[in-house]
Ligand binder design. Structure first.
Ligand code: NI
Length: 194
């Protein structure tokens, strides 16, 4: 059992979310969990919807210049083309995958904050379903094909990349929830809500 003192002191230290690019990776998922990972990818838009059962206006609020909840989910939509491209690269046995834009310019200029949440969610679900459908038809041989991730400089299997996407989804879902929480207590929210 955890001593009470330890429990109290743990409560005193808030958990700060790690920056995505600060994460380090050990890839070891067995091929047999591929379909489990596809369920995570398929379920991300539904979990994003669950995240948004709050005021629409809160979802567009940016606190201290950080991304709004809409931008976090819109970012997952923006990455769809890169995901499709990387899937093709794995299938075509490319040595190295296409890089992501580290500045996320597309998300910065996409206008997600002015787009209704229902539209962002529809785009996310539609595109994600298409990606998962393609992945469902892969063979065991495809799932273990290796390519190098350009930013990590680390070779990984297609199944490791799918795990990477699932973790990236969760990273932004958690960040969207955090942005909503910040928006709900921020003085600037009153302005946003008019
Ligand atoms: Ni990201």
């Amino acid at each position: 059992m955890i001593p009470v003192e330890a429990h109290v002191s743990m409560n005193d230290v808030p958990i700060v979310g790690l920056q995505w690019t600060d994460r380090t990776w050990t890839f070891s998922v067995p091929v047999g969990v591929f379909l489990t990972l596809l369920e995570r990818l398929r379920g991300a838009p539904v979990r994003a919807l669950n995240c948004w059962l709050l005021l629409e206006a809160l979802a567009a609020v940016r606190v201290n210049g950080s991304w709004s909840a809409k931008q976090h989910i819109g970012h997952l939509v923006d990455l769809h083309e890169l995901d499709e491209q990387r899937l093709r690269e794995f299938i075509n046995r490319a040595a190295i995958l296409s890089p992501a834009d580290p500045t996320n310019l597309r998300t910065e200029h996409a206008g997600h904050d002015k787009t209704p949440t229902s539209v962002i969610l529809h785009r996310f679900r539609f595109r994600r379903e298409a990606l998962v459908e393609r992945m469902e038809s892969l063979s065991t041989e495809d799932v273990v094909v290796v390519a190098t991730h350009p930013r990590l400089g680390q070779p990984f299997r297609l199944i490791d990349w799918v795990y990477f996407i699932a973790e990236h989804d969760d990273h932004h879902l958690a960040a969207a929830r955090h942005a909503l929480r910040l928006a709900s207590v921020s003085p600037s929210t009153e302005v946003a809500l008019g």
